[in-house]
Design a protein around this ligand. Sequence first.
Ligand SMILES: NC(=O)c1ccc[n+]([C@@H]2O[C@H](COP(=O)([O-])OP(=O)(O)OC[C@H]3O[C@@H](n4cnc5c(N)ncnc54)[C@H](OP(=O)(O)O)[C@@H]3O)[C@@H](O)[C@H]2O)c1
Length: 261
Amino acid sequence: MDLGIDGDTVVVTASSAGLGRASAEALADEGANVVICGRDPERLADAEAELADLAGDVLGVETDITSKADIDALVEAAVEAFGGIDHVVTSAGGVPPGGFADTTEEAWYGAFDMLVMSAVWTVEAARPYLEASDAGTITCITSTTVNEVADDLILSNAVRRGVIGLVKSLSRELAPSVRVNAVLPAAHETSRIEELVEASVERGDHDTYEAGLQSWADDIPLGRIGGPRELGDVVAFLASDRASFVTGACIPVDGGRLRSA
Ligand SMILES: NC(=O)c1ccc[n+]([C@@H]2O[C@H](COP(=O)([O-])OP(=O)(O)OC[C@H]3O[C@@H](n4cnc5c(N)ncnc54)[C@H](OP(=O)(O)O)[C@@H]3O)[C@@H](O)[C@H]2O)c1
């Protein structure tokens, strides 16, 4: 299926690794120009080099998405390089695992900046370009925790719901010129899952890393952890004209893990 995004420009936040990077790869495979970002310059340069051979062009911009100024500069760099922006994909860093008793006020505000304000600032800066495009889309990568809370992830459980409120509101406010959707990953092979499994072993929930990882897979009807690209391909589809009647949708990409609809 031709997604028809050849030559479009996409800004993907938090994308030097993991789900953001896999989304950038899927989009660039289809010929879109992708602007990727992250804090670690070496990791960013590696990702830029790895994506360089795909059909679309790639530009890496060192960015901390918890800084509005950095996000403004990211959007400016995208426009300068490619003349506009057709799509935004928001990913983010992970927020610390833990329960209510372990979570400081500083961590609550930090999670809000990381998960909610990073998306708000990106949309704010990119909106004029998305509205000027004839194919504007925003896709927010969040988590299945917006539907079903996960143990020891109170920040993700509570704060990510703000992203869904943002997506649903924007899908109405920016219609019909910009479509806005969310994708909800559960467990994909990235360093974030490694971090969560290691935390579960430290808490004593599992004896070994392998047992911890297996417990995630055991709760997934398809019987395995997802690949990052299995999320990235859905993101590319949502940005494309093949999804032209899809807006305001929150789509789990979780191997069937969510029990609720
Ligand atoms: N993987 C999963 O199965 C899964 C499931 C549910 C939800 N999620 C959520 O989806 C998001 C992405 O997860 P992932 O698995 O892709 O994580 P990951 O593999 O750890 O990758 C995170 C990416 O974000 C970048 N990043 C982190 N903090 C940043 C910041 N302040 N500014 C700019 N870039 C930043 C990292 O680069 P630098 O560190 O160099 O900045 C890296 O490129 C996270 O919010 C995660 O909690 C993931």
